[in-house]
Design a protein around this ligand. Structure first.
Ligand code: ZN
Length: 440
């Protein structure tokens, strides 16, 4: 069993732990001991001197699209979307169709590496690659295994590519869930794109296959106006109401966005308790509006935070959630620290639920998923202002991890992944991106 002693660290989490100087002992995949002051002798331990830097739990991204990693800087001949649907048609549905299995692997490797370098240890990914569906989730798993990250994977089933692609997407979800889950490392959801690209027949089929496997669903909910309009026009009901008819709003499900929702839909979500994942930066970029996050939290709807493929900076995303609420409500007191806290807690609860280890505290028994941030504050720091320090250090100086530990293994050391030729990976990705763009 691996033993790590982290000494001389400022230790903090968002739920009550704060030690100005202390130590942490990691035994196997969990934290064994946390103490104040000088570290004891731990024979056989790898000793890591934090030199006074800040040690916190690693972060969780509750909605990612690793497949988008090679879109950075893409040239598009025609790109003038007038609606959310046109953003999908003019960019994302062209890019995902251009991916082959090697592209899926390299996207996940590049995207996973970026997550690690932002202190994220758990990724809930939502994948699409319509011309390379079978085995695509295994390629993502392969890439993330090389980085040592934990991930929950699924394939976005949709009817937009016809019955054959739809059947392959369904099969990929089932295959991965049956054969490739590894407790504590790789878990699964049943992926669906969104209500407006799925027929009743397909939803019924997915439900019948997901339930015996105990799988929750991971899908987009009411992101653009297209979703409620489609549900109202074709089925005479709102999006969440339609999804509820197929048992999709279950506690295990992840519903990304949840922007265009009625009061009745919010009540339904409060009753069923799936997790709504807020992605403020993506929402602003796609001009789809602002989710009613505080209203959801107040009603007891679990709300988590994701990036929707718009980078992997979870601290920046949390600050953006606050800024979006201030802006949308014209109220500088909107989105309190308590709401931020609730959302962080939900991200950790998701990790706990799907990876069967307590997450989010620097305390004995918790997952040894830790980040040592390169951070000496210029102002007083304590439990009460920890969140504010992290959010503002991140936008001021760009908060970077020196070390990231995932499940008791050092995965980032002095800012680099040990035994990984990063330049080589980036060069391969660049070559692949060029090829991919020529097909878009
Ligand atoms: Zn998404």
């Amino acid at each position: 069993m691996g033993l790590i002693l982290i000494q001389n660290a400022r230790i903090a989490d968002f739920f009550g732990t704060f030690l100005d100087s202390g130590y942490v002992i990691v035994e196997g995949e969990r934290i064994a001991k946390v103490g104040e002051g000088l570290a004891p002798e731990v024979p056989g331990a790898v000793r890591l001197d934090a030199e006074g830097h800040l040690l916190t739990p690693a972060l969780v991204n509750a909605h990612a699209h690793l497949y988008s990693s090679l879109a950075r800087g893409i040239f598009l001949r025609e790109f003038s979307p007038k609606s959310f649907r046109q953003i999908l048609e003019q960019l994302w549905w062209k890019l995902d169709r251009a991916l082959d299995l090697e592209g899926v692997y390299l996207s996940a490797l590049v995207g996973g590496l970026a997550h690690l370098k932002r202190g994220v240890s758990v990724i809930f990914d939502h994948h699409a690659s319509p011309t390379a569906i079978p085995g695509s989730l295994s390629q993502i798993k392969r890439a993330l295994s090389e980085l040592g990250l934990r991930a929950d994977l699924c394939y976005e089933v949709t009817d937009r590519g016809g019955p054959e692609e739809c059947a392959l997407g369904i099969e990929e979800n089932v295959r991965f869930a049956k054969e490739e889950r590894i407790p504590g490392r790789f878990s699964a959801h049943f992926g669906l794109h969104a209500s407006f690209t799925l027929s009743d027949e397909t939803l019924a089929k997915c439900r019948a296959l997901a339930e015996p496997l105990g799988l929750g669903f991971h899908l987009h909910l009411a992101e653009g106006k297209e979703d409620p309009l489609d549900a109202l026009q074709k089925y005479g009901m709102r999006t969440a109401e339609r999804l509820d008819q197929f048992g999709i709003l279950r506690e295990e499900s992840l519903l990304a966005h949840g922007i265009n929702l009625s009061q009745a839909e919010l009540e339904l979500l409060a009753e069923r308790k799936p997790t709504v994942v807020h992605n403020p930066r993506s929402n602003m970029n796609n001009a789809v509006g602002a989710a009613q996050v505080e209203k959801m939290v107040a009603r007891g709807i679990p709300v988590a935070l994701g990036t929707d493929g718009f980078g992997c900076d979870m601290l920046g995303e949390l600050l953006s959630a606050r800024l979006l609420a201030h802006h949308a409500q014209a109220d500088p007191t909107a989105f309190s620290d308590q709401v931020s806290q609730k959302i962080l807690e939900q991200n950790y609860l998701l990790a706990q639920k799907f990876f069967s280890v307590p997450f989010g505290k620097v305390a004995p028994g918790y997952a040894a998923d830790l980040v040592l941030w390169e951070y000496f504050p210029p102002t007083p720091i304590g439990q009460a202002n920890l969140l504010s320090h992290l959010l503002f250090a991140n936008i001021t100086e760009g908060l970077r991890p020196l070390y990231v530990i995932v499940a008791g293994e050092i995965r980032l050391k002095e800012g680099k992944v040990p035994d990984l030729d990063e330049r080589d990976i980036l060069a391969k990705a660049q070559k692949k991106a060029k090829e991919l763009w020529s097909r878009v």
